[in-house]
Every structure is written in structure tokens, then in C-alpha cells.
Design a protein around this ligand. Structure first.
Ligand code: PMP
Length: 347
């Protein structure tokens, strides 16, 4: 009788409760739909798309556009169905059976799954109590495990904190592993490790259009890395993997990215306002965040979750997850959505 391949039986199916909350602050999405000028251009372009044709084989046009934005070559860029796909493929290409993949914990919950799917051993390294990273402990764990890949999420999901640039360089300079820096929330932070690409061969930077560029529906992300790493990854990425609608949309969004600046700035102002207002409430700790979400801790977290859900506000509940006990992660929404959060917790 046929059976799933060994190892799959212990893997959970990615499950987040699919409730359509009237106020959705549970998935770190942008609260804004496309700016109207961008949408008009997308609709016009898609209306003349030849749906009967396959997309470009290797997404050359979008890669060239993105590469130009970073002063790189198209050969330094890979695109995928969300940065999820790229991170998964990285683990396939540079992990594999008998290898280890190291990452700080708590961090993006999917890192463990990507490692396991690649038949690699996930090696989480606990962050300090304040969610800062002990770089030497991480390097030591990578050395002990002879890690082929280190995954760093900067800024970190779900804690919201950042790794100082010199700490990232210290890690890259002191390991033989491939260091992947997942910059999914970069646009809310502003700093990047892209300059390390010119200095080190063991670096790859993952970005997504799903957060600041509000394109979660289209599933598109990209990787910046050396030509040699990109070529290796090209072996595990399927031809035509990103559909033509998404490629065309992402190219317009990237070329018109200045249209998103006001929304990103508003989101950051709102994050600062919400962090201050929530911290002022009794018994609530808000962790410093450079993203579009806040990690919130309280001894009365179940009551907080109940109050929010009673008002139709969805958040991500981490309160029973080791390392995140009594915590929830709440996205920063529109000013009106954020006011609804504050009202739910203060009335
Ligand atoms: N990395 C991090 C840190 C994330 O939080 C997410 C989305 N939650 C992803 C990668 C994946 O994003 P996407 O596949 O939509 O690009």
C-alpha cells in the first residue's frame, strides 16, 4: 500500500484559523489595497495579457527590473511564489538529508518546516529573554551542527526586533554556512544587509511584495545573491513557476514603488502610536518593533484575545507557544482599525 514519504507523518499541516475577521490584523498584511494609480496600470496591462501563452521561462523581465533597483545584474536575482517558495527552495538546494539548518527562535514558524521538508535537521537557537540574539551562541550552534544554512529574520517575525547591522556582518564573516537574511519587513525598518553581497560569498537576501507592497494575493517574492548561488537555486526552481499575471503586476508595483511611501510612513506612525497607547494600559508589555506588527504580552492575554475577537478583530495567538507564552501578535492596521483595537481594550 502506498504511504507518504518517511518524516511527513510528524509534520503539521500549516494551520492558521481561517476566520474572515472584519478587522484582519492576524497575517501581517498591508491594510491598504493598491494605490489607485498602480491599480489602473495593472488592470490596463492585464487586459492585454495573452492568457494562452506561458509566462517568460525564467522571469527575466522582472529580474532585470529588480536588479536595476539594487545596482545588481539579473543573474543575481531569483523570483518565486512569495518569499516562502524561495526560502523553501534554498533549504532544498543547500540543505538536504543529514544536513542542519540553524535559526534563532522564536522566529518565523515556517523555517522549521522548510528544514524538515528538505530532510534537514532544524536547529533553533533560543533568543535572549528580551529577544535579542547572542551571535556567538548562534555561531557555536552552527559550528557544532556543521550547519549548511543559517536563517536570520531581520526584522524578526513575530518579535518585531532587529539585529544590529554589525551583528549580522559578524555572523556572516565568522561562518562557513550560507547566511540567508529574510528581510520580509525591510520597508518598515529601512536598513538592509544588501551591501554584504559585495563583500561576502555566503549571503542571500530574501524580500517579499506581500507586506509593504500589499501584494499578498499575488504571491511574489525575490532573492538577491551571488550568481553562483542563484545558478544552483535555479536547479530546484521549476520553469514558469511564477504566473504571468503576477509577474506583470509585480513589475508595475516595483516600478511605481514610490506610490507606497505614504502608506508605509503612515503605518510606521501608527505603530508608534499603538505601541505607546498599548504600553500605557495596565499589565501590557509591547516589544520594540520595526515592522508592521507588534508583539504584545500580558498575564491576562486570554481576556485580551476575547475582547478583541468580540469586536471582530483577528490577531495571531502565540500565547501557548514556548518562548512566546502570554503573547499575541497584532498587525498595525489603518488608523480606524487601530482605534477599534484601543476601544476594545479600554471600554
Ligand atoms: N518571511 C517572513 C519573516 C514572513 O513573516 C513571511 C510571511 N508571513 C514570509 C517570509 C513569507 O512571505 P511571502 O511568502 O508572502 O512572501
Amino acid at each position: 500500500m502506498f504511504q507518504p514519504r518517511s518524516g511527513l507523518e510528524v509534520l503539521p499541516t500549516y494551520s492558521v484559523e481561517e476566520i474572515s475577521w472584519p478587522i484582519r490584523l492576524d497575517a501581517n498584511e498591508s491594510p491598504y489595497d493598491m494605490p489607485p494609480a498602480v491599480k489602473a496600470k495593472v488592470v490596463e496591462t492585464l487586459s492585454s495579457l495573452q492568457f494562452n501563452r506561458y509566462p517568460e521561462l525564467t522571469a527575466h523581465s522582472l529580474k532585470t527590473t529588480i536588479a536595476a533597483g539594487f545596482g545588481l545584474k539579473a543573474a543575481n536575482v531569483l523570483v518565486g511564489n512569495g518569499s516562502s517558495e524561495i526560502l523553501e527552495k534554498l533549504c532544498y538546494a543547500f540543505g538536504g538529508a543529514g544536513r542542519s539548518i540553524v535559526y534563532p527562535s522564536p522566529s518565523f514558524s515556517m523555517y522549521k518546516i522548510y528544514a524538515k521538508l528538505a530532510d534537514s535537521k532544524p536547529v533553533p537557537v533560543a533568543l535572549n529573554e528580551d529577544y535579542t540574539l547572542d551571535a556567538d551562541a548562534l555561531l557555536e550552534a552552527a559550528k557544532q551542527a556543521e550547519a549548511s544554512v543559517i536563517l536570520l529574520c531581520n526584522p524578526n517575525n513575530p518579535t518585531g526586533g532587529v539585529l544590529p547591522p554589525e551583528q549580522i556582518e559578524y555572523i556572516v564573516a565568522n561562518t562557513q554556512s550560507l547566511v540567508v537574511i529574510d528581510e520580509a519587513y525591510h520597508e518598515f525598518y529601512g536598513k538592509t544587509s544588501v551591501d554584504l553581497l559585495g563583500k561576502y560569498q555566503n549571503v542571500a537576501i530574501a524580500r517579499t511584495f506581500s507586506k509593504a507592497y500589499g501584494l499578498a494575493s499575488a504571491r511574489i517574492g525575490f532573492l538577491l545573491t551571488s550568481e553562483s548561488i542563484a545558478q544552483t537555486l535555479g536547479k530546484v526552481i521549476l520553469p514558469y513557476c511564477v504566473n504571468a499575471l503576477t509577474l506583470a503586476t509585480a513589475e508595475i508595483v516595483y516600478n511605481m514603488r514610490q506610490e507606497y511611501a505614504a502608506g508605509i510612513a503612515e503605518n510606521s506612525r501608527e505603530r508608534i502610536r499603538m505601541a505607546a497607547a498599548l504600553s500605557a494600559l495596565d499589565g501590557i508589555t509591547v516589544y520594540p518593533s520595526q515592522t508592521n506588527f507588534l508583539l504584545i504580552k500580558s498575564d491576562t492575554i486570554s481576556e485580551i484575545i476575547e475582547k478583541l475577537s468580540a469586536k471582530g478583530i483577528g490577531i495571531r495567538d502565540f500565547s501557548k507557544v514556548p518562548g512566546l507564552i502570554n503573547c499575541i501578535r497584532s498587525g498595525v492596521g489603518t488608523p480606524a482599525e487601530n482605534n477599534a483595537v484601543l476601544e476594545a481594550l479600554t471600554l
